[in-house]
Ligand binder design. Structure first.
Ligand SMILES: [Zn+2]
Ligand SMILES: [Zn+2]
Length: 180
């Protein structure tokens, strides 16, 4: 599905594509990223200062119900946030780094094969499939190995109440990395 065909589809359903809706659709489609509602709102505001949160949330809901936009949770890396992408791309799996939050898209034949196997195995008619894979990206594997190594060499002192008790963003329970 192309962005144009999304617009046609909306029109057929009698949904008026207002300027603000158009802005949102374009943002979701063109960035190619997986943005959450708040980020979309911020970006939309740069284009149209009059846009408000309610419009953004309503529009996202409308696009989602209409099957024009996919809502993802990306393994809940960012908590309860949801992320959006248009259904214009070929089916793909999301590969999420649980440490830095980087999202890669895996396209490829194995996904179609999986679909077919599920259909024949269960006699099931697959309408949509969403594949998410969580783990550590190459960069984070290196950093983690280094951190673990440092932890082995310098075990943390029995915890004195830390000055800054702010939880580290990238992993509860991880001891703060020491700089060598
Ligand atoms: Zn990473
Ligand atoms: Zn994607």
């Amino acid at each position: 599905m192309t962005l144009d065909s999304i617009q046609v589809s909306l029109k057929e359903r009698g949904v008026r594509l207002t300027r603000q809706r158009q802005i949102l659709l374009e943002l979701i489609d063109k960035t190619g990223a997986h943005l959450d509602a708040e980020r979309l709102y911020q970006l939309a505001k740069e284009r149209d200062p009059k846009i408000n949160r309610v419009t953004v949330y309503r529009t996202l809901k409308m696009l989602k119900t209409g099957g024009l936009v996919d809502e993802l949770d990306l393994m809940h890396y960012g908590g309860d946030q949801h992320y959006y992408e248009t259904r214009v791309k070929q089916e793909h799996a999301h590969v999420i780094c649980l440490r830095c939050g980087k999202v890669e898209e895996f396209f490829g034949e194995p996904l179609q094969r999986l679909r077919k196997q599920i259909e024949s195995h269960f006699g099931f008619q697959v309408l949509l499939a969403r594949t998410e894979v969580g783990g550590y990206c190459a960069h984070c594997q290196t950093l983690r190995a280094r951190e673990l190594e440092e932890l082995r060499n310098h075990p943390p002192e029995p915890a004195a109440p830390a000055a800054g008790t702010r939880a580290s963003r990238s992993g509860a329970g991880r001891a703060p990395a020491r700089r060598a």
